[in-house]
Design a protein around this ligand. Structure first.
Ligand code: GLU
Length: 308
C-alpha cells in the first residue's frame, strides 16, 4: 500500500534536516559518495497495513550493515543457535564496525555478528551451492519480509565496494587463517558486497523493521517468517550493537531496537507497535545517519517509544 504523508512527521523531518550539514556522506565506498547529504526521509509501517511517511520515500538506498541483521536471522534458521554462536560471540566491542583490533586472542572468534569480522563469518554460513543461490535465498527472505517482490541488488554499489574492500579482505584472510572461513575470500566478498548492496526504499525498510517488531510475523501476509526466538535474538543485537559504537548512548537517548548502515539507512523495530525505515546519507563521526538519529530522538521523546 502507499504511504500517507503526515504533517507532524514532515515537521520533524524538516527540524532534523537542519543538522544534516554537520555530517558527511560515506565515501570509502566510492558509489555512496554521490548521495545528497541533505536528503532525509522516513516511513512508519503499522501491522494493520497503514503507513505514514515524510520526505522522498521513493528514493532507493543500499542496506549496507542493516543487511547483517537479516543474514543473522537466515543463518540461525539454516544452522541453529549452537553452530552460529560457537563461531561468533554476543558482546558489544566499543570499537568501530570495521575494526581489526578485537579479533586477536580468543581464537579469533569475532565478538558479535554486527561488526564486519562477525558479519563475514555469518555471511560465510549462508547455505547454498553458489554465490548466486546464496544471495537469492537472502533476497527472497527480504522480499517476503517487505511484501515486495522487486527488491534487487545495486550492481554499481556492489562492484564499487568489491573493488575497494581492502580492509574486509584483510579481515577475511585473518579469519581464514584461524579456520573460521573456509571458502575463497574473493567468493565470500562477492557475496558480502552483494548482500550489502541490496537496495530498497524507506517503506520497504519499515516493513522489515515491522517483522522484527512483531516477533518474526509478517502481519500483512499473516506468515511467521522468522521464528520468534530468532527475531528476539536479532532485536537484542540491534539494541546492544546495532548503532555501532554509540549503541549505548542510542539506547539511553532513544531506546528503540535499531540497526544502521553507512548508506545512511536506519531500520527500527518498536516491539509490538510498528517498523521504521529512515534514509539520511549524511553521517556523524561514528557512521550513523546524523539526521536519522535526530529524527528518532524527536519521535521517541514525543511518543515515549523507549523500550526501557
Ligand atoms: N558494506 C559496508 C562495509 O563492510 C557496510 C558497513 C556498514 O554499513 O556499517 O564496510
Amino acid at each position: 500500500m502507499a504511504c500517507k504523508s503526515v504533517k507532524e512527521l514532515q515537521e520533524f523531518v524538516e527540524q532534523a534536516r537542519s543538522v544534516t550539514d554537520k555530517g558527511k556522506v560515506a565515501t570509502y565506498i566510492p558509489a555512496l559518495g554521490k548521495e545528497n547529504p541533505s536528503d532525509l526521509s522516513i516511513a512508519i509501517q503499522y501491522p494493520d497495513d497503514t503507513c505514514i511517511s515524510a520526505g522522498d520515500i521513493e528514493k532507493k538506498f543500499t542496506l549496507q550493515s542493516i543487511s547483517k541483521v537479516i543474514t543473522l536471522a537466515l543463518v540461525l534458521m539454516d544452522r541453529g543457535f549452537d553452530y552460529v554462536f560457537e563461531r561468533i560471540g554476543m558482546e558489544p566491542t566499543g570499537e568501530p564496525f570495521n575494526s581489526i583490533a578485537k579479533i586477536e586472542g580468543e581464537q579469533a572468534r569475532p565478538l558479535n555478528p554486527m561488526i564486519n569480522s562477525g558479519a563475514l563469518v555469518v555471511t560465510h554460513m549462508i547455505k547454498g551451492n553458489s554465490v548466486e543461490e546464496r544471495i537469492e535465498r537472502l533476497l527472497s527472505l527480504i522480499c517476503e519480509m517487505a511484501n515486495d517482490k522487486e527488491i534487487e541488488i545495486s550492481n554499481e554499489v556492489a562492484s564499487s565496494e568489491f573493488e575497494t574492500a581492502h580492509l574486509n579482505r584483510a579481515l577475511g584472510y585473518f579469519l581464514m587463517e584461524h579456520g573460521l572461513i573456509k571458502e575463497p575470500i574473493e567468493e565470500l566478498l562477492d557475496l558480502y558486497t552483494k548482500q550489502c548492496a541490496i537496495e530498497m526504499n524507506c517503506h520497504d525498510l519499515a516493513q522489515l523493521g515491522m517483522v522484527f517488531a512483531m516477533d518474526g510475523i509478517n502481519p500483512i501476509s499473516g506468515k511467521q517468517i522468522i521464528p520468534k526466538d530468532i527475531a528476539r535474538i536479532c532485536k537484542t543485537f540491534m539494541v546492544t550493537c546495532g548503532m555501532y559504537n554509540e549503541s549505548g548512548r542510542f539506547a539511553i537517548e532513544i531506546g528503540i531496537p535499531a540497526k544502521s548502515g553507512v548508506s545512511g539507512g536506519i531500520m527500527g523495530a518498536v516491539p509490538g507497535k510498528f517498523g521504521i525505515g529512515i534514509f539520511g546519507p549524511s553521517l556523524n563521526k561514528i557512521g550513523n545517519s546524523i539526521g536519522g538519529i535526530e529524527l528518532l530522538k524527536l519521535l521517541s521523546n514525543k511518543y515515549q517509544l523507549s523500550i526501557f
